[in-house]
Design a protein around this ligand. Structure first.
Ligand SMILES: NC(=O)c1ccc[n+]([C@@H]2O[C@H](COP(=O)([O-])OP(=O)(O)OC[C@H]3O[C@@H](n4cnc5c(N)ncnc54)[C@H](OP(=O)(O)O)[C@@H]3O)[C@@H](O)[C@H]2O)c1
Length: 267
């Protein structure tokens, strides 16, 4: 499956899952625009890795929660590439500034989550679609459990923002279907080399132990390369009939049933 000759933009492509997506696309022959918010060194390092893989691209600073930044970013993409085939809306946002439970979160913190996830996608997809022809691919990175459940209390803003993001994916899928552009969301499970590494070591260790014990049936956490592989699959010509879907990329984690202990589930 070659994607040679295609052009992509990955928001938050400098680190974490975004970098895994950028590098996998580069391996498939895609030229990639790598967006970052503040860590230029990480973005430059990722671009160097793109070049090591025989592809090329550029880095673009932009805060995706600001519509004017998103519009400028797409203009820079147009100037560099002339067109766009793959747009991946991945940037995490400043999660720890709005990591608050429902009874404490302020409307301003709530806005920050929605702006960096849902509004960023709204404006990004509108602008990206203008640069796309038939076969274009728009892919949002979500975390579906956060939008469907209520247990992870300090995640209320991000969870709600992801639910809005997934809704936008369905509406944009219909809006762009007649132009042959697909719009989907990928929902990674807990993934290594990501925001996970910003958590206290004890929390990281506990999460790994939990998933290795069986809550992820495949017995490991995901990697940014796993998510990059899924983006490459959705970007292929063969995925042209898949649109408006939220697809779990989680080693089976979303198949487990929290009503029962692992022992009962294993039978
Ligand atoms: N990690 C997981 O286990 C997991 C699981 C499910 C879903 N996800 C989703 O995967 C995506 C990536 O998460 P991650 O864990 O890879 O994050 P990460 O390692 O913390 O990387 C975040 C990336 O987003 C950029 N960024 C943050 N705020 C931005 C903004 N306002 N504008 C532009 N870029 C911004 C960062 O750039 P700077 O460094 O320059 O700020 C960086 O490139 C998110 O949508 C997240 O919800 C993650």
């Amino acid at each position: 499956m070659s994607l040679t000759g295609k052009h992509a933009l990955v928001t938050g492509g400098s680190r974490g899952i975004g970098r895994g997506i950028v590098l996998k696309l580069a391996e498939k022959g895609v030229k990639v625009a790598i967006n970052y918010r503040q860590d230029k060194a990480a973005a430059s390092d990722t671009l160097a890795k793109v070049r090591e893989r025989g592809s090329d691209g550029l880095i673009i600073q932009a805060d995706v929660s600001r519509p004017e930044d998103v519009r400028r970013m797409l203009k820079e993409v147009q100037a560099a590439f002339g067109r766009l085939d793959i747009f991946v809306s991945n940037a995490l946002g400043e999660i720890f500034t709005y990591y608050r439970p429902p009874l404490e979160i302020t409307p301003e913190q709530w806005d920050r989550a929605v702006d960096s996830q849902a509004k960023a996608f709204l404006v990004g997809a509108q602008e990206a679609a203008q640069l796309m022809g038939k076969g274009g691919r728009i892919i949002a990175i979500t975390y579906r459990p956060a939008g469907l459940t209520g247990g992870w209390q300090p995640y209320v803003a991000q969870g709600s923002a992801k639910a809005a993001l997934e809704s936008l994916v369905r509406y944009f899928a219909v809006a762009l279907a007649s132009r042959g552009i697909t719009v989907n969301a990928l929902s990674p499970g807990v993934t290594e080399d990501s925001v996970l590494n910003a958590l206290p070591q004890a929390v990281q260790d506990g999460l790994r132990a939990w998933h290795l014990a069986g809550w992820t049936p495949m017995g490991r956490l995901g990697t940014p390369a796993d998510i990059g592989n899924a983006v490459a699959l959705l970007s292929s010509e063969e995925a042209g009939w898949v649109t408006g879907q939220v697809i779990a990329v989680d080693g089976g984690a979303s198949l487990m049933n929290p009503d029962f202990t692992l022992e009962i589930q294993r039978g």
